[in-house]
Every structure is written in structure tokens, then in C-alpha cells.
Design a protein around this ligand. Structure first.
Ligand code: AP5
Length: 215
């Protein structure tokens, strides 16, 4: 099964992709995670993309398409869930070409609809464990023991450099201008479905599962 999760920053794509990857044994392909790993590696490409991400702008299509093509190759034979890709019409078209060259097809594109005001709160409060990456939130999901990761007992937490108000505004603008135009692209192919991303996390998971279980 090949699934795309679409939605603005903070819609819950990463949260849901992790759950679905586990339940349906899919590989989670998050271009944001790939780019952050590249940034951490300190490579020339990493330094270039980190500056773009920190400002909240989109990395160029050619870099992203090369990155995802390589990961799709490595996922050979397994289903996957795309979180954060595609984000432009040229990326959506490139994905179609990559899949058709491998005799694969996209099964579901799921748009998570959300209210922008709630996104700012979700993003501003987000932090994660520096060791295992488990996600938390200042108001909705704090570690059970203050300062200790529930999953791996580590004591260090990090916040993303692009989770500041100026970068979030740029990211939301980029979604409206560059990513939203791919919705009609998938509507035309009759594979676009919507879920209410404002519902609680478990309920969003159930809505998505109902779509995936339909076939
Ligand atoms: P990326 O890492 O993809 O970030 P994003 O799209 O901005 O999305 P986020 O990770 O912020 O949010 P999310 O929807 O995954 O929400 P999450 O589950 O974390 O991209 C980062 C950057 O990389 C881009 O700006 C760009 O520069 C570059 N990039 C990446 N892909 C690219 C591409 N294809 N082309 C070009 N550039 C690219 O949830 C957020 C918070 O809300 C969490 O705290 C969570 O616990 C909470 N939450 C989740 N769901 C709910 C709920 N239902 N109710 C209450 N709280 C919830």
C-alpha cells in the first residue's frame, strides 16, 4: 500500500504516519526527517538545506526528488507512507513517474484539514527527546515524569529551529501557495480523501484507518 498524508505544518502528519507505519508495516518516508538528518550530518548539502528549512521555505524540487527516489528504491517490495512529500505540483508529477517506472501505484492521498489558529499552538508547544525522538507538547502531552523521556529515560529535549513564529508564518504561506495546488491534482485522480485533523489524535487515526481498510 502506498499512502500520502497531506496537510499544513502541525496538522499531525508525522504523528499519524508513525502510528500507521507500525500498524500496517509501512515504511515511513518523511522528507522533513531526511532533510534534518542531512543537516545534522554537516555535509555541504546539509548546510545548504538547513538554512532554507530554518527560514521556513521549501527546499528545491530537484534536491527533494533525488532524495525521495533513493528512498523509494530502498523501500523496494514494501509499502510506504509519505509524510511531507509531495509539496509542489512538480513533485507530485515526479512521484507519478517514479511509481509508474516501478509498476507501482498510489493507493490513497489523505488530506488532514485543520484550523490555522490551532496549528500555531501545536507547533509552538512541540518538543522532542534528543535521544530517541519521542514527541511531546508543552500543554497537551508532557512527559509523565517532568524532564524524563517516557520512552528511553533520557533527560535532554530539543525544539526545532523552524518552530519559531516567523518561520511558522513562512511555512504556512508556502503550504497555501505551493502545496495546496496539488489537491486538485489528486482530486482529478479520484484518490483524495479528507479527515478532520482537529479531532483528538486517536480519533484522527481511526478516521484514516477507516479509509485504508476500505480496500
Ligand atoms: P516537515 O518536517 O515536513 O514539517 P511540516 O510539514 O512543517 O510539518 P510538521 O512536522 O511541523 O508537522 P506535522 O504535520 O508532521 O505535525 P506533527 O505530527 O509533528 O518539513 C520541514 C521543512 O523541511 C519544510 O519547511 C521545508 O523547508 C523542508 N521540506 C520537507 N519536505 C519538503 C518537500 N517535500 N519539499 C520541499 N521542502 C521540504 O504534530 C505537531 C504537534 O501537534 C505535535 O506536538 C503533536 O503532538 C501535536 N498533534 C498532532 N496531532 C494532534 C491532534 N490531532 N490534536 C492535538 N495535537 C496534535
Amino acid at each position: 500500500m502506498i499512502v500520502i498524508l497531506l496537510g499544513p505544518p502541525g496538522a499531525g502528519k508525522g504523528t499519524q504516519a508513525k502510528r500507521l507505519a507500525e500498524k500496517y508495516r509501512l515504511v515511513q518516508l518523511s522528507t522533513g526527517d531526511m532533510l534534518r538528518a542531512e543537516g545534522k550530518s554537516g555535509s555541504a548539502l546539509g548546510r545548504k538545506v538547513q538554512a532554507i528549512m530554518d527560514a521556513g521555505r521549501l527546499v528545491s524540487d530537484d534536491i527533494i526528488i533525488d532524495l525521495i527516489a533513493d528512498r523509494i528504491d530502498r523501500a523496494a517490495g514494501q509499502g510506504f507512507i509519505l509524510d511531507g512529500f509531495p509539496r509542489t505540483v512538480p513533485q507530485a508529477e515526479a512521484l507519478d513517474r517514479l511509481l509508474s517506472a516501478k509498476g507501482l501505484k498510489l493507493d490513497h492521498v489523505i488530506e488532514m484539514t485543520v484550523d490555522e489558529a490551532a496549528l500555531i499552538d501545536r507547533i509552538a508547544g512541540r518538543f522532542s527527546c534528543a535521544k530517541c525522538g519521542a514527541g511531546y507538547h508543552d500543554h497537551h502531552h508532557r512527559p509523565k515524569v517532568e524532564g524524563v523521556c517516557d520512552v528511553c529515560d533520557a533527560h535532554d529535549f530539543v525544539r526545532r529551529a523552524d518552530d519559531n513564529p516567523a518561520a511558522v508564518k513562512t511555512r504556512l504561506d508556502a503550504y497555501r501557495r505551493q502545496t495546496a495546488p496539488i489537491l486538485p491534482y489528486y482530486r482529478k485522480q479520484a484518490i483524495l480523501r479528507q479527515v478532520d485533523g482537529m479531532a483528538d489524535i486517536d480519533s484522527v487515526t481511526r478516521q484514516i484507518e477507516a479509509i485504508l481498510n476500505r480496500q
